[in-house]
Design a protein around this ligand. Structure first.
Ligand code: C2E
Ligand code: CA
Ligand code: CA
Ligand code: CA
Length: 281
């Protein structure tokens, strides 16, 4: 038994070692990810529930890693946040997304009013330079500030509330609009919706998932969020819509916008024009 324990302990520590060193690799490689031009922004359409017309795209970052292939943001954004790289990465994604939407608005007919959503990190909301960066990126691209939506989560507002709220007001003053991402999954009290300069709430996929699957509680929650949004005069986007059944339920509830694999996975930018044209036919 002793021997067995020792072998187990050894296996365990080797496993730990592998994990720790792979994480150190990622950390040191992340520092150089922008110089090496290894990040890509993918775009997922956001459609109007009633017409299924595309009104916007959400920018979602990926890392094209030399040995590991495409790395999900879920696997590197937390590391980028810990080592501070999320600040330059976030700025890069923002500038990239604005240039992209400017190009599509100019070159593709029928999407002259297309808007773009960009995800923020809590650290960006705490960064005193961030509002200036957004202002500069907007004027550099020439994109109308109303076409830029910045997504924040409830949890992100908790760290230093005063600074975060001040940043949100300053961003709003630039004319951009603000969305609460993953709505319903954080621990914020609902009262904040009254005082924050927020225009849109995005219903988290975990609730949308239960629609049309005989989950009456999930259905009630989505319905309640849609009603809440309506009462507070907020726009609403249902995330993670995968089936026509879910779409039908959302339509019945009067949710205005939706996003999910039912229309498209996040696409590399070069596939967007043909996807839009295909859809229009
Ligand atoms: P999120 O902002 O909640 O983005 C939605 C995620 O759900 C995306 O995953 C998207 O691909 C996925 N998704 C969309 N529709 C469906 C669907 O119908 N079914 C399923 N199963 N999934 C769907 P992705 O691209 O892996 O991004 C994961 C998270 O990484 C994002 O969650 C966001 O929190 C973060 N992220 C992505 N890009 C950025 C960025 O540029 N900056 C920051 N700070 N975070 C980012
Ligand atoms: Ca988002
Ligand atoms: Ca989300
Ligand atoms: Ca999420």
């Amino acid at each position: 038994a002793k021997n067995h324990d020792r072998v187990q302990a050894m296996v365990f520590s080797e496993e730990m070692y592998r994990k720790a060193s792979s994480r150190l690799d990622l950390e040191s490689q992340l520092v150089r990810v922008l110089e090496k031009n290894e990040l890509r922004v993918y775009y997922q359409p956001i459609v109007e529930v009633s017409t299924e017309n595309v009104v916007s795209f959400e920018a979602l970052v990926r890392w094209v890693h030399g040995e590991r292939g495409l790395i999900s943001p879920l696997d590197f954004i937390p590391i980028a946040e810990e080592i501070g790289m999320i600040i330059p990465i976030g700025e890069w994604v923002l500038r990239q997304a604005l240039e992209q939407v400017k190009q599509w608005r100019a070159e593709i007919t029928g999407v002259e009013n297309l808007s773009i959503s960009v995800n923020l990190s809590a650290l960006q909301l705490q960064d005193p330079d961030f509002v200036g960066v957004v202002a500069d990126a907007l004027s550099a691209s020439g994109v109308d500030p109303v076409a830029l939506h910045l997504e924040v989560t409830e949890t992100m507002l908790m760290s230093d509330v005063d600074v975060a709220v001040e940043t949100l007001h300053a961003l709003r003053a630039l004319g951009v609009s603000l969305s609460i991402d993953d709505f319903g999954t954080g621990h914020a009290a609902l009262g904040y919706l009254r005082s924050l300069p927020v225009q849109t709430i995005k219903i988290d996929r975990s609730f949308v998932d239960g629609l049309n699957r005989g989950d009456p509680k999930a259905t009630s929650i989505v319905d309640a969020i849609v009603s809440l949004a309506r009462a507070l005069d907020l726009d609403v986007i249902a995330e993670g819509v995968e089936t026509t059944g879910q779409l039908a339920e959302l339509r019945q509830m009067g949710a205005r916008l939706a996003q999910g694999y039912l229309w498209s996975r996040p696409l590399p930018p070069d596939q967007v024009p043909s996807w839009l044209n295909e859809k229009r036919r």
